[in-house]
Design a protein around this ligand. Structure first.
Ligand code: PLP
Length: 413
């Protein structure tokens, strides 16, 4: 691994600035009509986040509804398999609804209530953010509408049924490619017309300012717990932190409390899909260029003419052409090293974890696990590696079964 440290005199943790920029990334590229809503959201967030009553309520919900703190599991068999550093897993997969996304939706629905909003909207690709949003809307009695591409609805039908079971209205978006990008446009249009009583819950550290800052705030509990758990269990900070990067929220959540600890190496893992050469991947930071998308300036997969390219990943949660602006900044400052692994490498890592540790990971998280193949040979047995297990793999079982030839030989009804 290259040594990674930030240039002296640059504060990594004080970002974003007042305009919502992380260095040259981020900002607020939205229609003028949306600015008052974003301003209100920022004001309410800044005034509430340190208020003891708000903090207490958030903590209670995270503890009693979502299931925090999540364990830090020593992966003994996986450690033995590699014969190098000790490997620990941060078990976000054990949270209610099966992934870290609930941390953010709980935080944002409390903000929505504080702003007196009666209605929640969100867009969803794979349906995971839609389910986490519908869940908190039900919990707090707010009306909820989820926008989803028609093609995504077909591919992720069980999540559509979950959202409906939770009382949410799921709107099928049939324009364009019928996927996340089009659903996001519809959600923004809805927000523009109903902004006075509606809050739009964005699901990752993406979109216009202040969303990347707010989502980071609600996800950094992951890294804060890891700091505490590492201190009491290991008596030291970890040497490496590894997380997958789609929009980047589980990674920022883990990394942020460690940005100033120069001895802790941070590694973000993107989806190389069918391989970087194939053109079918979602390796935004590895292969993209800065551009403007979803209200922010950030790295972006685009063709020679600046047209946004359709990403590919076997994992629906990593299938996004952009990335949170803070990741673009951390890449530029070289505080985080970004790598990528292919669909196949992720699938193999998922089977390795399932069969060595008895844990079926989400395909997204399996990307972080796959990077251990490259990282572990460079580590020593007195070091510690922590991988963020962002979600559980029940939702990916069909993909796993299709991939593994040993399943096909077994009898299926
Ligand atoms: C949505 C999702 C991701 C990707 O989103 P980030 O914002 O990059 O964290 C990763 N893992 C799981 C389990 C997810 O559901």
């Amino acid at each position: 691994m290259k040594s990674i440290s930030s240039p002296p005199g640059v504060s990594l943790t004080r970002q974003p600035n007042a305009g919502g920029y992380f260095g040259e990334f981020g900002g607020q590229f939205v229609p003028e009509m949306l600015r008052p809503a974003l301003e209100e959201l920022e004001q309410v967030f800044l005034s509430l986040k340190d208020q003891p009553q708000f903090q207490r309520q958030l903590e209670q919900e995270l503890q009693n509804f979502a299931g925090r703190p999540t364990p830090l599991h020593f992966a003994q068999n996986l450690t033995r398999h590699y014969g190098a550093a000790r490997i620990f897993l941060k078990r976000e997969d054990l949270l209610h609804t099966g992934a870290h996304k609930i941390n953010n939706t709980i935080g944002q629905i409390l903000l929505a209530r504080a702003m007196g909003k009666r209605r929640i909207i969100a867009e969803t690709g794979a349906g995971q953010h839609g389910v986490a949003t519908a869940t908190v809307a039900a919990r707090f009695g707010l009306k909820c509408r989820i926008y989803m591409g028609a093609e995504d609805m077909r591919r992720q039908f069980p999540n559509v049924q979950r959202m409906r079971m939770l009382g949410a209205e799921v709107i099928s978006v049939s324009g364009g490619t019928q996927t996340l990008k089009d659903a996001t446009n519809e959600a923004l249009r809805d927000w523009l017309t109903h902004v006075e009583h509606t809050h739009y819950i964005i699901g990752s550290v993406v979109g216009p300012h202040p969303f990347p800052m707010i989502v980071r705030h609600f996800q950094k509990i992951i890294g804060e717990e890891v700091r505490e758990q590492a201190r009491s269990r290991l008596g030291k900070f970890p040497d490496y932190l590894v997380a997958c990067v789609g929009g980047g929220s589980n990674a920022i959540g883990l990394f942020h409390p460690f940005l100033s600890e120069e001895g802790v190496r941070l590694i973000g893992v993107e989806a190389a899909g069918k391989g970087l050469q194939s053109g079918q991947h979602a390796a935004t930071l590895t292969r993209g260029r800065p551009g403007i998308f979803h209200g922010m300036r950030t790295y972006l997969l685009q063709d020679r003419h600046g047209q946004v390219q359709l990403p590919h990943s076997v994992s629906a949660g990593l299938d996004y052409p952009g990335v949170g602006p803070e990741h673009s900044f951390l890449k530029q400052r070289r505080r985080v090293a970004y790598h990528c692994v292919t669909d196949r490498e992720a699938l193999e890592a998922a089977f390795r974890l399932a069969r060595s540790e008895g844990i079926i990971p989400a395909l997204e998280s399996a990307h972080a696990l796959a990077f251990l193949e490259y990282l572990m040979p460079q580590t020593h047995n007195n070091q510690v590696v922590i991988v963020n297990l962002s979600g559980r793999g029940d939702k990916d079982l069909d993909t796993y079964i299709e991939y593994d030839p040993t399943f096909r030989r077994t009898d299926r009804p």
